[in-house]
Structures are given as C-alpha cells and as structure tokens.
Design a protein around this ligand. Structure first.
Ligand code: SF4
Length: 214
C-alpha cells in the first residue's frame, strides 16, 4: 500500500509586518524604500523616527513589485497613488515603473515624491520612462542655492543640487504636472526665491510645512 500524499502548505508572510503601502485619508502611499542619498536635517528618519501617523516605514527588506501589487490590489478604490516614504523611490526605478504601470489603467493619478536625483543616481534621463506611467511629480527643491541646500540636505553625491535643478528644468517637458517644493521656516531658505526659480522652469511650486506628509 502506498503512503498517502501529505501536502505541506507553506505560508509566506511579510517579515515583521513591514509597511509596504499605507493610507492617509483616501490616498494610497507606496513605501518602496527607506534609503536615499540625502541626510536632510529636518527628516524624521535622520532625527531617529521612522513613523508617519500610525505607520512604521522602516524597511529592512527589499520587496518585489509583485508584493506591492498584491497589497494595492484594486487601485481604483483610491483618490491618488503616491510613491512616498522615508526614502527615494527612484532608487528602485524598475519596481517603481512596474507598480505605476499596474496602476495606470485604473485612471487614478499616480504621483512620485522625489528628491530629484533620479537622473544622477541612475546615470541617465529617467523622465521618458516615468512619463509613461506617472501623472505628477513633486520634487524637493528645498533651497534657493547650493550652500543652503547642502547645509540642510547634506547630499552624499557630488553635484546633487545642480542635478536636482536640471531634473526640475527637464521634468515639465515630460510630466506637465511637476511641482517643486521647499519647507518654510528652515534657516536661510528663501521661499519666494525658490518659487521664482520653479516658475522660471515651468514647474509649479508648493510651500511645505514641516512634518506634514502628502
Ligand atoms: S530625501 Fe527625503 S527621506 Fe531622504 S533624508 Fe531627505 S527628507 Fe528624508
């Protein structure tokens, strides 16, 4: 008599309940990475907190695009899909594009909040690829000149400020809904000057308030 076949079901779970996606109001936020090449003094991560609202955004593991897509499930239930966490989403460009392409047919706007260093890090102009599946960009300009930028953002990569400005200059030609942001209240940051530069580059401008995600 042959032995009965016993099927073993292996349950796959996310390690330690990492937050891949999170919702604030009716927007879905995608937490693609917690790494970036800046060390902004105003960033909660740099100040020792990985929390946004009730979510912990620490990501010790890298997750596949499919894992994110499984959690997004039906994008059309949201008002907007936003790539935003305590890291730079363009550091995981392949996954970003795959997830955004999955969301695109739903018609729900997809926004990427970025430090604007995606071209520098990826060593090419990534805007043509982003324009196929991303509806809006929010670019952290953060300062009206390199000295103030370096003081507040502490870039690891040489030429970061100039590269961010060049990204911002190119971006509206690919994604018309491009907005530069800067945080009001940081020492030496001239919000009016940041806004003037953004408008000259055909971008919109948004004054941000510290510690508000969105
Ligand atoms: S780029 Fe964003 S995530 Fe990185 S340190 Fe600055 S504020 Fe924090």
């Amino acid at each position: 008599m042959s032995k009965p076949i016993i099927k073993t079901i292996v349950k796959t779970e996310l390690p330690s309940q990492e937050t891949l996606v999170y919702t604030i109001k009716n927007k879905l936020y995608i937490n693609l990475t917690d790494r970036c090449t800046l060390a902004c003094e105003f960033c909660p991560k740099i100040q020792g907190s990985m929390d946004v609202h009730e979510y912990n955004l620490l990501l010790p593991h890298r997750h596949s695009a499919d894992e994110y897509i499984a959690q997004i499930h039906n994008p059309s239930q949201y008002e907007e899909i936003v790539f935003c966490g305590f890291g730079e989403p363009t550091l995981r460009l392949k996954e970003l594009l795959t997830i955004a392409q999955y969301c695109k047919p739903s018609g729900v706007p997809v926004r990427v909040n970025t430090d604007g260093l995606g071209n520098l890090v990826n060593k090419r102009n990534i805007l043509p690829e982003l324009s196929l599946c991303v509806d809006a960009l929010s670019v952290s300009m953060n300062a009206q000149n390199e000295t103030i930028y370096n003081r507040h953002c502490v870039p690891a990569l040489k030429g970061s400020y100039q590269s961010m400005l060049e990204f911002l200059r190119l971006a509206p030609d690919y994604i018309s809904n491009t907005t530069a942001t800067a945080i009001d209240g940081l020492e030496g940051v001239d919000i009016a000057s940041c806004e003037q530069q953004a408008i000259k580059m055909n971008a919109k401008f948004r004054r941000r308030v510290l510690d508000i995600v969105g």
